[in-house]
Design a binder for this molecule. Structure first.
Ligand code: GN1
Ligand code: MG
Length: 399
């Protein structure tokens, strides 16, 4: 009853008790009462010992619906993440959770074996439902899971210092390295051909041809740029087909805001957003890090004069990544790292552009033309990478 009263008082927007501020990249937005009630119901399905006090939507990410919830547990305030998986994007969420469970359990096991402290701050921990499942399906078919909240960390939309770029490189490198010996079957491909640039290119071509929303004329320059890159879109797929670079377990969404940095030390603590962890090329991860850590801007920056690949950021990123992957990275894989930045920045750019042409069906948008703006930013960054790629390549060779 007390929990309910507290919940009700929260609904009336009196300030509930809070451990600390949630950080610059999380917004507190008003949540309608019915959503709070539903979230309260969902929260009761998980093996959490305590009463929920309040919850806030967390606006990071374009795909899932995420909430930070605070509980009273034995008189101490403890937070959890409740998240509803976007089933338009992840068609088989049970398989997503199978992957996530295998990956998180393996990471936790490694941490324990290595005698690490604060293991639940260093890898995500899934909180099971009362009947021991990793997810709960609500009355509307909504697919929910819960994680332990990682405290005293923060993430950033854009990188601020080369030291942060280094941390991102090291964290995702170590992540790949820890998963290199994951036992059991191949992980599920939760989104088939996720980084298959050739297929993404074909999807763009067909969106341009159909032009269902009559938007192509507003994106003529971007379409022209994107289509002109065709000669190299299959470079890594071809190298893989020739057996030069192997399939690995990769994160596939290594945006800088998916690394949690310790508040005090600035060191990377934990890699989050594991839904797309699946078989892939190491380049998909490294490329998305180049995209999100080397330019000083956000991915939807409208002032393109600010968008540029900054060499000091790239150097630290590459140094951290090569250090983190020393145990397994082959020379052939290393040789394609600089190119990966161009390829993945371009790939995400054409995904934004395609979504714009299709009417913004996939990525959550916050303003008109948001996806078009995002694609422009990516293409500007591609140009900047191309202009410096030889130097990037030389640097990778040297570390
Ligand atoms: C999506 O929503 P978020 O930030 O986790 C997308 C990534 C894109 C990214 C671009 C499953 O990630 O592939 O790189 O937006 N995730 C999915 O910001 O499509
Ligand atoms: Mg994601």
């Amino acid at each position: 009853m007390i929990a309910f009263q507290l919940w009700e008082s929260l609904a009336a927007r009196t300030t509930g008790p809070r451990i600390d501020e949630v950080g610059a990249d999380q917004d507190l937005t008003n949540m309608p009462l019915y959503r709070e009630k539903h979230l309260q119901h969902v929260s009761q399905q998980f093996r959490i010992y305590g009463q929920i006090l309040h919850a806030e939507p967390c606006k990071i990410g374009h795909i899932n619906e995420t909430y930070t919830a605070t509980y009273d547990q034995g008189g101490v305030l403890v937070r959890y993440i409740h998240q509803r998986i976007n089933q338009g994007v992840f068609k088989e969420p049970d398989k997503v959770m199978e992957n996530v469970m295998r990956v998180t359990c393996h990471l936790q096991k490694k941490l324990l074996e290595n005698g690490a402290r604060q293991c639940t701050r260093r890898a995500l921990t899934v909180v099971p439902t009362h009947d021991g499942k990793s997810y709960y399906v609500d009355g509307d078919g909504g697919f929910w899971r819960t994680f332990v909240f990682v405290e005293r960390v923060q993430s950033f939309e854009a990188v601020q210092t080369p030291a942060q770029a280094y941390e991102a490189g090291r964290a995702f490198g170590e992540f790949q390295s820890h998963l290199a010996d994951l036992p059991g079957e191949r992980l599920h491909e939760t989104i088939p051909d996720f980084h298959n640039t050739r297929k993404r290119f074909a999807a763009l071509q067909s969106a341009v041809k159909d032009d269902h929303c009559n938007r192509a004329h507003t994106a003529r320059k971007e379409i022209e740029f994107a289509l002109a890159q065709e000669p190299w879109v299959g470079t890594l797929l071809d190298a893989q087909a020739r057996g030069e670079i192997p399939e690995r377990i990769t994160h596939n969404d290594t945006k800088f805001n998916n690394v949690m940095l310790d508040w005090e030390t600035g060191r990377a603590m934990c890699v989050v957003d594991l839904d797309t962890v699946m078989p892939g090329l190491v380049h998909y991860d490294f490329g998305d890090m180049v995209r999100t850590t080397t330019s000083p801007t956000m991915e939807d920056e409208k002032d393109l004069s600010k968008v540029a690949m900054q060499m000091p950021m790239f150097q630290e990123l590459a140094r951290g990544y090569v250090e983190g992957t020393r145990s397994f990275l082959t020379p052939a894989e290393k040789a394609h790292l600089a190119f990966a930045g161009r390829l993945i920045t371009y790939t995400i750019g054409i995904r934004f552009l395609t979504d714009y042409l299709l009417g913004d069906l996939y990525f959550r948008v916050h303003r008109p033309d948001h996806n078009l703006d995002r694609s422009r930013t990516q293409f500007k960054l591609v140009e900047s990478i191309v202009a410096q790629e030889a130097a990037m390549h030389c640097y990778v060779d040297s570390v």
